[in-house]
Design a protein around this ligand. Structure first.
Ligand code: AMP
Ligand code: MN
Ligand code: MN
Ligand code: MN
Length: 283
């Protein structure tokens, strides 16, 4: 099964419309797809309709920003009711404060001589409530300050750099509860990306399970093959379902395209096996 259950559209920080992503996924052989925009479900009906029209199965998705042990952790939700009111309210609250944070980021960059970045970033934003570091990165590349987005993050947008402004996102408990109460499954996104100590990581997985979380991304565009081996062991240890997703954002930026990742290791249970009843099938 070629499942790709993690990617972004212009509804958050991707560069393609949901319909264009669906067509790209289909073209790359994806059989089960989910659009997982950051902190937002505004693209879900469009993505589902486009997938079904192309003959592709669809699961609803989102990727919620969470603050855990002082670090930003991402929790992917799959298979929930896209019209659930508690989830919508929770995501709305999580999106709050991005504009103020972006203005502070621009102040930080102005102090090192880079001016007008808030206005610049806004030019790349599809959804003003979702202005993110990615949009600043695109602006700083297009205006010639850096040669690619990786360089922008390294020099300006990570902790300790002038454009970094910490933010308090949702709690782990709230994010997992919103997804689960809406009928979906919560999944820890790209665990290898977090700079946790072994104890902190153990606490993340333990608390995640205690709140009802059931899955972990093992094969993702953010993991090396060694990371996938490591989190295969973690999935087995914590008895978690496994997910697979490219985290595709843009044809110009993402090195892993939709539907092109290796398969999940055979000893894992794919998360979609537990979501049979939530999968939307073409008529
Ligand atoms: P924000 O939610 O505003 O903090 O932005 C987070 C987004 O920035 C992530 O969803 C990624 O799309 C992007 N991002 C984070 N770190 C990097 C990096 N090192 N290189 C490129 N993009 C990154
Ligand atoms: Mn992103
Ligand atoms: Mn993420
Ligand atoms: Mn993502």
């Amino acid at each position: 099964m070629n499942a790709d259950l993690h990617c972004h559209s212009v509804v958050s920080d991707g560069t393609l419309e949901p319909e264009a992503l669906a067509a790209r996924a289909k073209g790359n052989g994806v059989e089960l797809w989910a659009l997982t925009d950051h902190d937002e479900v505004g693209g879900q009906h469009r993505a589902r309709d486009a997938a079904l029209a192309l003959g592709m199965d669809y699961l609803t998705g989102t990727e919620i920003s969470v603050t855990f042990a002082g670090t930003t952790v991402h929790i992917v939700g799959l298979g929930f009711d896209a019209d659930n009111a508690q989830l919508a309210a929770g995501l709305h609250a999580t999106r709050g404060g991005r504009r103020e944070r972006a203005l502070e980021m621009a102040d930080g960059l102005a102090k090192v001589g880079i001016h007008g970045t808030y206005e610049g970033a806004l030019q790349y934003v599809g959804n003003p409530e979702l202005i993110s570091r990615t949009h600043f990165a695109r602006h700083l590349v297009e205006s010639g300050v850096c040669s690619d987005t990786q360089e922008v993050f390294r020099k300006f947008l990570v902790e300790g750099k002038p454009g970094f402004v910490p933010h308090r996102w949702a709690t782990l408990k709230n994010a997992v509860t919103w997804i689960t109460d809406a009928g979906g499954i919560a999944v820890i996104a790209h665990p290898a990306r977090y700079k946790f100590t072994a104890n902190e990581e153990y606490a993340l997985f333990t608390e995640f399970k205690a709140h009802g979380g059931r899955g972990v991304e093992v094969v993702t565009g953010s993991h090396s093959s060694a990371d996938a081996v490591r989190y295969t062991d973690t999935a087995l240890e914590f008895e978690l379902l496994a997910s697979r997703g490219s985290d595709f954002h843009s044809p110009d930026e993402s090195h892993i395209d939709l539907g092109t990742l290796p398969a999940l290791p055979a000893q894992l249970t794919p998360v979609w096996e537990a979501l049979e009843a939530q999968i939307h099938h073409p008529a």
